[in-house]
Design a protein around this ligand. Structure first.
Ligand code: HEC
Ligand code: HEC
Ligand code: HEC
Ligand code: HEC
Ligand code: HEC
Ligand code: HEC
Length: 266
């Protein structure tokens, strides 16, 4: 009883801290919006609508590693500073969106061009779509309906979807990725929650490696020399560091305490 109370109090405190540190109470994104990145360093200045990128669609097709290591997107919205010229030369979005790369048996539509005929403008609109009425080809509702349910985020249990083979993200992009020998996967381990009544965290290297492979986390997010060497606190995680790099915006969010704090105390 006392323990349950401690945990409840903590949830309230942590939520308040997260609120105080961001300053604004952000509206919780709807399932289809979770993992959405709006990119607008240059679009509006060039007279086009900002670009909308959805993780839910892309992560069903490719691992995080393909994009965040091989293609080289930053894990922070807007930080890559993608230009139309990069896309045209086959970098960034243009690494796939070039009308040559084949995924799921069809050529992926091209990204930017220098000029666009009236006909081509509908293609521009597929990405430069913020605030425009564009009907996407992939419907989130149809898609999510076929996958195991999750409580938060996209409302999808991605882990289970992958385990059951319902999504099979590819870890290789022809012409961009380099074949490398797979590294031995580390054992799962527990991280102490350092607080009485708060269940410890189980971290699975195996499950994370499926999506991320080693290079997404090491050495940038975790030095990874020795578990326990870096101390992280829940507040830092809420602020988007360590586990929070992914578990605030793309992987299941921090509101799902029990998915990490899983190991019963004692
Ligand atoms: C098809 C490519 C692609 C795939 C696959 C992909 N990402 Fe991303 N990701 C991006 C792009 C593009 C951005 C935005 C970068 C920018 O704006 O500079 C991004 C941004 C992010 C961000 C920052 C979000 C924010 O709101 O600041 C995180 C975190 C992230 N990705 C994690 C992941 C994880 C985890 C996976 C795997 C489950 C993944 N990504 C798979 C392309 C991808
Ligand atoms: C690793 C490959 C890859 C990269 C990189 C990539 N995409 Fe895609 N994207 C795809 C594939 C494959 C599809 C599905 C295309 C199809 O079926 O016609 C897709 C589809 C889309 C769609 C169509 C959604 C719909 O329902 O109509 C949009 C919009 C999109 N991508 C935006 C982007 C943007 C913006 C970037 C760069 C910031 C990007 N993508 C980078 C592979 C990629
Ligand atoms: C696959 C997605 C995608 C498609 C399709 C696409 N773009 Fe882009 N485009 C981007 C991204 C991402 C950026 C960077 C957005 C930003 O930072 O504002 C961009 C930026 C631009 C810019 C900003 C100025 C600059 O020099 O970078 C122009 C102009 C542009 N695109 C033109 C076009 C035109 C014209 C079309 C249609 C023929 C088109 N784009 C289709 C993804 C796309
Ligand atoms: C999602 C992020 C993530 C991925 C992916 C990941 N690791 Fe780790 N790794 C961690 C964390 C967290 C630790 C704990 C140490 C720390 O905090 O830096 C760790 C620790 C380690 C350690 C030290 C282990 C110990 O017993 O002290 C090694 C070695 C390691 N990782 C290797 C790998 C290899 C090899 C891969 C790919 C097969 C990989 N990691 C993938 C997050 C990750
Ligand atoms: C993505 C995984 C994850 C989620 C989700 C998560 N935590 Fe944590 N939590 C951690 C990690 C990792 C630590 C640090 C453990 C360490 O360094 O030994 C931690 C530490 C803590 C601690 C110990 C004291 C502190 O501040 O560091 C408390 C209390 C805590 N979490 C509460 C919560 C609550 C309440 C929620 C839900 C609102 C939550 N956590 C959600 C991973 C998570
Ligand atoms: C590079 C991005 C990234 C980082 C960093 C990361 N995760 Fe994850 N994690 C994922 C993705 C992607 C999944 C797949 C499920 C999803 O997307 O919701 C996942 C799944 C999980 C799961 C469910 C799978 C399982 O093991 O049962 C747990 C628990 C988890 N993460 C805990 C953590 C903890 C604790 C940390 C920090 C020590 C951490 N994660 C850091 C991306 C990340």
């Amino acid at each position: 009883m006392k323990r349950t109370l401690t945990v409840i109090i903590l949830v309230v405190i942590l939520a308040a801290v997260a609120f105080a540190q961001t300053g604004v109470k952000k509206k919780r994104p709807l399932p289809f919006e979770y993992g959405r990145v709006v990119i607008n360093n240059y679009s509006e200045k060039a007279g086009l609508a900002p670009v909308v990128f959805d993780h839910w669609l892309h992560r069903t097709k490719f691992t995080c590693r393909v994009c965040h290591v091989d293609v080289g997107f930053a894990m922070k919205s807007g930080a890559t500073e993608i230009k139309a010229a990069d896309n045209i030369s086959g970098y960034y979005c243009g690494a796939c969106h070039n009308n040559r790369t084949v995924a799921d048996g069809k050529k992926v539509f091209e990204a930017c061009s220098k000029t666009a005929s009236a006909e081509e403008k509908t293609r521009c609109l597929r990405c430069h779509s913020l605030g425009k009425k564009v009907k996407p080809e992939y419907d989130f509702g149809n898609f999510a309906g076929r996958l195991p349910k999750g409580r938060f985020g996209n409302g999808i249990d991605w882990e289970k979807a992958e385990e059951e083979g319902l999504v099979k993200p590819v870890d290789f992009l022809e012409g961009v990725s380099i074949k490398r020998p797979a590294l031995a996967v580390q054992k799962d381990f527990a991280l102490g929650a350092k607080l009485e009544g708060m269940p410890d965290i189980i971290f699975s290297h195996k499950k994370h490696t499926v999506w991320n492979s080693c290079e997404v986390c090491h050495p940038e997010i975790f030095i990874g020399v020795q578990k326990g060497a870096t101390k992280y606190s829940m507040i830092e995680i809420f602020n988007g560091k360590y586990c929070g790099v992914c578990h605030t915006s793309v992987a299941f969010p921090l509101t799902d305490c029990q998915r990490c704090h899983i190991k019963p105390t004692q």
